[in-house]
Structures are given as structure tokens and as C-alpha cells.
Design a binder for this molecule. Structure first.
Ligand SMILES: NC(=O)c1ccc[n+]([C@@H]2O[C@H](COP(=O)([O-])OP(=O)(O)OC[C@H]3O[C@@H](n4cnc5c(N)ncnc54)[C@H](O)[C@@H]3O)[C@@H](O)[C@H]2O)c1
Length: 283
């Protein structure tokens, strides 16, 4: 059991959505929290709300993540919980062979390389400290459990986060470090966060050559689902943050929602592989 009180947590993508909810939950546990994000105005507001430092840091930049680590170690002298949570979801698009390469590069750089930058900037010092610690990498049911083919970039990146986390778990265990790992699957339903308008954070270097589909808020996505006869459901961010706190404290690797639908998908995919049958579990 990791005792959280007084420990230091760093959350990337901490300016809003799930990251901010984690920041709130960690603060409520008596942790010292640092929020990091690229979205400055939202970050300042979030940091002020929690009364914690908010550091502008871009997970796609190794230098920026090293600066973040330097700032946190200068301030607190330690990091115990690292949440690699920043993520973007390039809007669903045509078949993946037609999806713009800027979409692929942006998604891979934030969602996968961003996690690596977090690990490279913080883990060596976390291990060297000899203190107990924990890494939480945010994946998604889409790709992490089974892909949604219409959101291929996102699914590919989140599948990578799961495999990366499994490898990390094995390597840290082999190194007999006291650092645990969790991979987080927020859900089982979508969360009403800024992920649906992630385009607001797309840097020019990943620009599309053709305009992409118009960004829609979570509520607009829900409205479109209703128009197709589907009743959208949302999972509250607080529920996910609570699972993170419990998971970190208990050293739980899979932070999966307690949901029969999730269990069914896991079973269906594993069974399809075992039976060498077609992937009929795809949505
Ligand atoms: N919302 C959902 O339904 C859902 C479901 C499963 C997984 N997730 C994952 O949860 C995580 C958090 O997303 P969210 O839903 O809270 O969305 P969000 O957009 O509210 O939060 C993501 C945060 O990441 C930040 N960010 C984007 N690019 C960045 C960069 N280069 N460097 C640093 N920060 C950057 C954004 O500014 C934003 O504050 C993501 O990894 C996302 O993929 C979300």
C-alpha cells in the first residue's frame, strides 16, 4: 500500500478533464500536486483552483519535459506519482490509409512519445531516490482493449500505451525498483472533457493539408449519437479519478472500469485470438 499523504504527484494534461480531476483527488488525499499542460489559460485557472503549481510543459518536447522535471525537483526535491495523462484525439476520419500524416504524427507524438518523454525525464530520478513511487499512463478502451476502426489514429496510440506500460512493469519489476505502474482506461462510457475539441492544441508543425472534420464538443457528439437512435452515456471524471487514487494506493496495474460491457469486450477479443476467428467484437 502506497501512503499518499505528503507525497508529490505530477499530472500532464492537468489543465482540464481527467487530469484536473486526478489533481483534485490527489490534493484531497493530502498530496503535493504539480499540474503540467500546454494550454496556458486553462492551466492557470486549474492551478489557482487547487492552489498548486501549474507548469507550462509540452509532452512532445523532450527539453520541455526535462525542464518540468527540473522545476518539480527544485521545488519539492522528489516525485512519487507520475501521471502521463496528456492526450489528443485527431477527429475521426476516412480510412487510415487516407488519413493525413499530420494526424498520425500529432497523435503518436502526444499520446506515445509524450509518455516516453515523461518516463525519460522523471523515472531515473524516481528510481535513484529509492523511495516508493508509481507511474500512471492513461490509455483508453478504444485501442487499449479493442479498437474503434473509425478512430484509428487514437486507437493505435492507445494500444501502444498499453504495451509500453506492460513492458515498463516488467522492466521495473526486473530492476527490483519500488516503482509501480498502472495503465488507466477511463470509462466505461465517454467522459465529458475537452478531448473532443483536442484540435485546439494542434501545433502548426502537425497541420493538415486539407481541412479536417469540424471539431465537436462532447455534447455535440452526444447529440449526433441521439440523431442515430443511440442513447449516449457519460462517466463522471470524478469516478475515474477515484479509481486512480485507489489503483495507485493498491499498486494495481490494470485500472479498468468495473463494467460488464468492458469484461465482455476483453473476453470477446481474447477468445477471437484464441479461436483464430475474425475480430467480430469491433464497433
Ligand atoms: N474523455 C474521454 O472519453 C477519454 C476516454 C478514454 C481516454 N481518455 C484519455 O484521457 C486523457 C485525458 O484526456 P481528457 O479526456 O481529460 O481530455 P482533455 O482535452 O480535457 O485533457 C487533455 C489535456 O491534455 C493537454 N495536452 C494536449 N496536448 C498536450 C501536449 N503536447 N503537452 C501537454 N499537454 C497537452 C490538453 O491541453 C488538455 O488539457 C487523454 O490521454 C485521453 O486520451 C479520454
Amino acid at each position: 500500500m502506497l501512503d499518499l499523504r505528503g507525497r508529490v504527484a505530477v499530472v500532464t494534461g492537468g489543465a482540464g478533464g481527467i487530469g484536473l480531476a486526478m489533481g483534485r483527488a490527489f490534493t484531497a488525499e493530502g498530496m503535493r500536486v504539480v499540474l503540467a499542460d500546454v494550454e496556458e489559460p486553462a492551466l492557470s485557472k486549474a492551478a489557482a483552483e487547487l492552489g498548486v503549481p501549474g507548469v507550462v510543459a509540452d509532452v512532445t518536447s523532450e527539453a520541455s519535459m526535462r525542464e518540468l522535471a527540473a522545476r518539480v525537483y527544485d521545488t519539492y526535491g522528489a516525485v512519487h506519482v507520475l501521471c502521463n495523462n496528456a492526450g489528443v484525439g485527431p477527429a475521426a476520419a476516412p480510412p487510415l490509409w487516407e488519413q493525413e500524416i499530420g494526424d498520425w504524427r500529432w497523435g503518436l507524438d502526444v499520446n506515445v512519445v509524450g509518455v516516453l518523454h515523461g518516463l525519460r525525464a522523471f523515472l531515473p530520478r524516481m528510481i535513484a531516490s529509492g523511495e516508493p513511487g508509481h507511474v500512471v499512463n492513461t490509455a483508453s478502451g478504444n485501442g487499449g482493449i479493442a479498437p474503434i476502426p473509425s478512430a484509428a489514429v487514437y486507437a493505435v496510440t492507445k494500444a501502444a500505451v498499453v504495451t509500453l506500460s506492460e513492458c515498463l512493469y516488467g522492466q521495473l519489476a526486473a530492476a527490483t525498483s519500488d516503482i509501480g505502474v498502472s495503465v488507466l482506461f477511463p470509462g466505461p462510457h465517454m467522459l465529458r472533457t475537452g478531448i473532443f475539441t483536442a484540435e485546439r492544441n494542434r501545433p502548426r508543425r502537425y497541420a493538415r493539408t486539407e481541412p479536417g472534420p469540424a471539431a465537436r464538443t462532447a455534447d455535440e457528439v452526444a447529440e449526433a449519437m441521439r440523431a442515430h437512435g443511440l442513447e449516449p452515456e457519460f462517466t463522471p471524471v470524478e469516478e475515474v479519478a477515484g479509481q486512480v487514487v485507489d489503483g495507485v494506493r493498491a499498486g494495481r496495474f490494470w485500472i479498468l472500469p468495473p463494467s460488464a460491457r468492458t469484461d465482455d469486450t476483453i473476453r470477446a477479443r481474447a477468445e477471437s485470438m484464441r479461436a483464430r476467428s475474425a475480430p467480430t467484437y469491433l464497433r
